[in-house]
Design a protein around this ligand. Structure first.
Ligand SMILES: [Zn+2]
Length: 254
């Protein structure tokens, strides 16, 4: 039986590399640690692509060519990961803490502010390794003052413009040499999926943003970690089999 990876392993893997303690008892991914110790990245950038599930990753391989190239050309690692929630907020909280939703109890953006559990962003920053977060304004509120660089992007109807701002802030913070870890959240695929719009368009937009982010990470000799948060909520898939959804996790040094 092959061992299935989980989104819960991302934070413990990063914590192990950076030598900081984490509440999670989930095991780090040894294959990722091996690459991290070999490459010793100056900065790690984690981009969560909302609603990028494994099926979307495969179905839109042409539009998402940058992601596939990062795996195939740059000795990148690709894992198929179990998800922990169908919703963005608890899923991202799990990615950043290594804890299941039942443990971190973060279900809505209001819970984010009340939670006493620190994410890897706060723990790293507290340990003197500067971190940065680029995400929707409500999600940034609990991080202000606890993370060195917080970029709040207001939600808006134009999700392409929204993602462009996330990309720009992500690239700009990479110019700060003390920053060791950056977390960013791209949302175009999720918005298009919910509205029933052409996912090829959102995939292409995401692809171009990731191309620029990957280039900036490469210039810093950094490591890029890309993952989805949950399965895409697609109308045409509702009748499909109820198999548990999986999301891709890509680790590479662009
Ligand atoms: Zn989501």
């Amino acid at each position: 039986m092959s061992f299935m990876h989980s989104l819960l392993q991302i934070a413990p893997t990063l914590a192990e590399f950076f030598g900081i303690p984490l509440t999670s008892r989930v095991h780090p991914v040894e294959q990722i640690l091996k690459v991290m110790y070999a490459r010793n990245p100056q900065v790690v950038v984690l981009v969560v692509i909302d609603s990028l599930d494994f099926q979307v990753y495969l179905d839109f391989a042409v539009e998402l060519e940058v992601l596939h190239e990062l795996v195939e050309r740059n000795e990148g690692l690709l894992f198929e990961c179990d998800t922990v929630s169908n919703h963005t907020t608890p899923a991202i909280a799990s990615i950043l803490t290594g804890l299941r939703p039942e443990s971190h109890k973060i279900r809505t953006s209001e819970d984010v502010g009340k939670s006493k559990i620190n994410s890897i962003l706060e723990i790293l920053d507290e340990a003197g390794k500067s971190t940065a977060a680029v995400l929707e304004t409500n999600g940034t509120k609990p991080l202000v003052g606890r993370v060195s660089y917080v970029f709040a992007v207001d939600d808006r109807e134009d999700i392409v413009e929204y993602d462009a701002l996330v990309k720009t802030h992500t690239i700009s913070v990479l110019k700060k040499y003390e920053v060791r870890f950056v977390f960013s959240h791209l949302r175009a695929i999720d918005r298009f999926a919910h509205r029933g719009w052409d996912l090829r368009v959102a995939a292409k937009v995401t692809n171009e943003n990731m191309r620029e982010i990957a280039r900036a990470v490469g210039e810093r000799n950094g490591m890029l970690v890309i993952c989805g948060d949950h399965e895409a909520h697609l109308k045409e898939r509702k009748s499909a089999q109820q198999d548990k959804a999986t999301v891709p996790l890509i680790v590479c040094c662009p």
